[in-house]
Ligand binder design. Structure first.
Ligand SMILES: Cc1ncc(COP(=O)(O)O)c(C=O)c1O
Length: 378
């Protein structure tokens, strides 16, 4: 991943590309293609393929558990972060006088389930692109049922001060559930959110897996409280027992977030991609990528394109985003030159992972300068 030859061997599709869009779609390494081919070979033998399917599931659980810092028994997989959040909502079942705190830097998957349920949401607003734990404090109290945060914001890359957020919630609302979306961090940042009650991550971004996968980790002491009230079968202890038309016995905790047959293709892929990331080391990925992020931040500021989040030393993420009236033209130029960034919802977003090189960012910067030299219109 980190050196040029292994990068091209493991990510052949990156040849010639300056790929800066992992926050939207990660590039799966060669090992993922091999794992998906194995999945298809196992699937092709029908029901006998289930033994290898379930072995791979346990293998994936082991590595995912190490990545999120929980024992394997506290980790399970569902199909997407949105599914996990809806299941979480069914578990905590907000009543009308309950309050759920969400932030305005969060992705909709973690916010909107609370808007369609009972209870009231309270909005933790960012100031100048950062969420200050001091602004969270007055939103917390005896009515706080749950606090939802993203470790890294999909919007501007702001990485919350996790120890301060954790401490503030535990002090001001000791009974509240603390839920963390780590989709923009898993595979890029370590540690993630130690002490969270539930961590949720899609698998197709920094984790370098496929669509249709999601890691759910639940602290054992929260298992009972966070067990969804959802039907299905895979998560039930009595799905095929004689009493199955009288009651549904749901397994507690993370296991209850896998309500039907797992998406084994995504599981084989995630097992392979997380093992690649683990072998390289997420700390080494950060040591490679963070200086590239810092240089990018500095250059954008020098060009008058102020990033939407401040650069906080010791708390960098892989994402830098900025706004400019003329980003549609800049984006068109970048696409012509094989420089891939996110251009969406009025801002341009760049993402730096272990396979990103300083040269990729130099190409982006050269394109920005050429666009500026053309009066910001070229
Ligand atoms: C922080 C965050 N959470 C979740 C998702 C995806 O949610 P889902 O897995 O439901 O598509 C994204 C991006 O697509 C994201 O940026």
């Amino acid at each position: 991943v980190l050196d040029p030859s292994s990068r091209l061997a493991d990510f052949p599709s990156l040849a010639g590309e300056a790929y800066l869009n992992t926050a939207a779609e990660g590039i799966p390494p060669r090992q993922v293609s091999e794992a998906v081919a194995e999945y298809l070979a196992d699937k092709a033998i029908g029901m006998n393929g289930r033994d290898p399917h379930f072995r791979r599931l346990e293998s994936c659980r082991d590595v995912a558990a190490r990545m999120v810092g929980l024992p394997p028994a506290d980790v399970a997989f569902c199909s997407c972060a949105s599914e996990a959040y809806n299941l979480l909502r069914s578990a905590v079942g907000p009543r009308d006088d309950d309050e759920v705190v969400v932030s305005d830097l969060d992705f909709p998957a973690g916010v909107t389930p609370w808007l369609v349920a009972g209870g009231r949401t309270r909005l933790w607003k960012h100031r100048d692109g950062r969420l200050d734990p001091a602004d969270l404090e007055p939103l917390l109290g005896p009515r706080t049922l749950l606090v939802q945060v993203s470790l890294v914001s999909f919007w501007n890359g702001h990485r919350i001060d996790w120890p301060a957020v954790h401490e503030t919630v535990r002090r001001q609302a000791p009974d509240a559930v603390l839920a963390v979306d780590v989709t923009q961090a898993l595979g890029r940042i370590t540690p993630l959110a130690p002490g969270a009650d539930i961590v949720i991550s899609s698998t197709h971004k920094w984790a370098l897996g496929l669509h249709g996968g999601c890691v759910v980790g639940i602290a054992a002491d929260r298992a009972d409280r966070l067990t969804p009230r959802a039907g299905g079968w895979y998560h039930l202890d009595n799905a095929f027992d004689a009493d199955r038309f009288e009651r549904a016995v749901v397994r507690p905790g993370a296991a209850a977030y896998a309500v039907g047959m797992p998406n084994f293709a995504a599981i084989y892929a995630l097992d392979a991609s997380l093992r690649v990331l683990e072998a390289v080391g997420v700390d080494r990925i950060a040591a490679h990528a963070d200086p590239i992020v810092a240089a990018l931040d500095e250059t954008l500021r020098a060009e008058g394109l102020e990033p939407l989040a401040p650069l906080e030393p010791g708390r960098l993420s892989g994402i830098v985003a900025f706004r400019h009236d003329d980003t549609p033209r800049l984006h068109a130029r970048l696409e012509r030159e094989g420089i891939r960034v996110m251009h969406h919802a009025g801002r341009m977003r760049l993402a730096v992972h272990g396979y990103t090189t300083a040269d990729d960012v130099d190409r982006f910067v050269a394109a920005v300068r050429a666009w500026r030299a053309a009066g910001g219109t070229g």
